[in-house]
Design a protein around this ligand. Structure first.
Ligand SMILES: *Cc1c(COP(=O)(O)O)cnc(C)c1O
Length: 503
């Protein structure tokens, strides 16, 4: 039955809805083929653009009209404007010359998965919404769990389970909320301000955000100092001391975020030793392996996850190193019920026989939103199109290229490696020159970064750890080959020559 008012609404002649066949299959076919051609050509010619966008703030406002068109514009015109107006405002994360942040890891396989995901627009809020969405997600999470040699306690085939979130931020938020409610059930909601959460000063800023959203008092978010001597890993003794002080003062330890591969320098916190400390206080332990965790599909990196059976949850993002396109963050939890207890809702309009019987997973109860896309499709296409061995080789090949870059840096006496390389990130800087102080060295390195990025031929980013300003060079863009890495080093050397002459 339509709404009682629908009889009164008639479309004006010029907007006859029949004129607009919103989803004409032949029209879609033509345009989608053109769009795929457009992106394929973009990838083919991606090196012809400056890697970092050279746009100034507000650049787009001056190029686009202030109001939307009253009448339809042609597809070709719109696509032309993508080329002329949008591409200049894009920093090309997929360029082989992109070495900033953590790169975007993509593949044709995931691209196809994304097309299908969008195409179906299936909604997996609950199993009944589209059984394949829920069940494929469960299969894929267990597959990746097997690849990581996770204990059964994290798998659907055991007593746990996994979910594909869009970002680490959401993964961490859901676990903090689960831990919070579990503890508040015992000690009473009025004690929320006693809850304390722990991480190191290298923990990603999103942890802080998640804890604040979860209602943890900002004064109770501990950021425990690390040092260059410990390669920026969190020391179990430091953790114990901070926890003991909190307990002594009547606070309640709640949550610990352990990082495998920190964002600044890819430091690895010792999972097993930290979990052992935390377990004594019944603290929920989460391992954030957003980037570094992906490498643990290779036996040589798996030791970084030793002790994983002692933690409560683990997340990593295949969009950072396993070729999946953004956004794809995988979270495993030992006790999914705690997440569901915290985030579950059961409105009448979504009730159905299967969910009521408890025989199926309702992923809407694992996340903030209700609707959910066919998220596991990209990962499923990647895992099947590559096979485990090729994904391992993919990680190793990036690391090998990072080693090449590291060697080049080491071969030049003007430079130093600031933190030992663990994965495919090289942290380096121009050394302090005789007669220059540390702030001069910082300026010199800042200038170098600016110069290098302004060439448009390479793109790097920076960080500051223990007061040291350093340059980050991460190999991971899918199109990068060894020759690009060698060329990047040439660009960096050229730019050093120009700035040293100026100083
Ligand atoms: C990138 C990163 C994050 C943030 O991930 P999002 O998916 O963008 O929320 C969190 N932790 C670490 C260690 C990261 O490298």
């Amino acid at each position: 039955m339509g709404s009682p008012h629908s009889n009164f609404i008639t479309a004006p002649e010029s907007l006859d809805s029949k004129h607009f066949n919103h989803l004409n299959p032949e029209d879609l076919r033509t345009k989608a083929h053109k769009a795929v051609d457009f992106i394929a050509d973009y990838y083919k010619h991606i090196e012809s653009y400056p890697v970092g966008s050279q746009a100034q703030p507000g650049y787009l406002k001056n190029r686009l009209p202030e109001t939307p068109p009253d009448t339809p514009e042609s597809f070709d015109t719109i696509l032309k404007d993508v080329q002329n107006d949008l591409i200049p405002g894009i920093t090309h994360f997929l360029s082989p010359n992109f070495y900033g942040y953590f790169p975007a890891s993509v593949s044709s396989a995931a691209f196809i998965g994304e097309i299908l995901c969008t195409g179906f627009n299936a909604n997996g809020f609950k199993w009944v919404g589209s059984p394949a969405v829920t069940e494929l997600e469960m299969v894929v999470m267990d597959w990746l769990g097997v690849m990581l040699k996770l204990p059964k306690s994290f798998m659907f085939s055991g007593s746990g389970g996994g979910v594909v979130h869009s970002t680490t931020s959401e993964a961490i938020l859901s676990t903090v909320v689960a831990a919070r409610d579990h503890v508040l059930n015992e000690i009473g909601i009025e004690n929320i301000d006693k809850l304390v959460v722990y991480g190191s000063d290298q923990t990603h800023s999103t942890y802080n955000k998640a804890c604040k959203i979860a209602g943890i008092h900002p004064c109770n978010i501990r950021s425990i100092p690390t040092s260059v001597e410990d390669e920026f890993a969190l020391k179990p003794d430091s953790l114990r001391n901070v926890i003991e002080a909190d307990v002594e003062e009547g606070r309640v330890p709640l949550f610990l975020c352990v990082t495998v591969g920190t964002t600044s320098t890819t430091a690895v916190d010792p999972v097993k030793d930290l979990a052992e400390v935390a377990n004594k206080y019944n603290i929920w332990v989460h391992v954030d392996g957003a980037y570094g965790g992906n490498a643990c599909i290779c036996p040589e990196y798996r030791p970084f996850l030793d002790g994983i059976e002692k933690v409560d949850s683990l997340s990593l993002s295949p969009h950072k190193w396993l070729l999946c396109y953004a956004e794809c963050c995988c979270l495993w939890v030992k006790n999914p019920n705690l997440i569901v207890n915290a985030l579950g809702t059961n409105p009448e309009y979504l009730k159905n026989e299967h969910s009521e019987s408890g025989s199926v997973v309702s992923y809407m109860d694992w996340q903030v939103g209700t609707s959910r896309r066919f998220r596991p499709l990209r990962l499923w296409f990647v895992l099947r199109s590559y096979g485990v061995a090729n994904l391992q080789n993919h990680i190793r090949s990036d690391v090998q290229m990072a080693i090449t870059f590291e060697r080049l840096v080491k071969s030049d006496v003007r430079f130093e490696i600031v933190v030992p390389r663990r994965f495919s990130l090289v942290c380096f800087r121009l050394k302090q020159l005789n007669g220059f102080d540390s702030s001069c060295t910082e300026s010199l390195n800042k200038k170098l970064l600016e110069r290098v990025n302004s060439t448009g031929r390479v793109y790097l980013t920076h960080t500051v750890v223990a007061g040291i300003y350093l340059l980050r060079f991460v190999v991971g863009a899918t199109l990068t080959e060894e020759r690009h890495v060698i060329k990047a080093w040439e660009v960096i050397k050229e730019m050093v020559n120009t700035i040293v002459n100026e100083f």
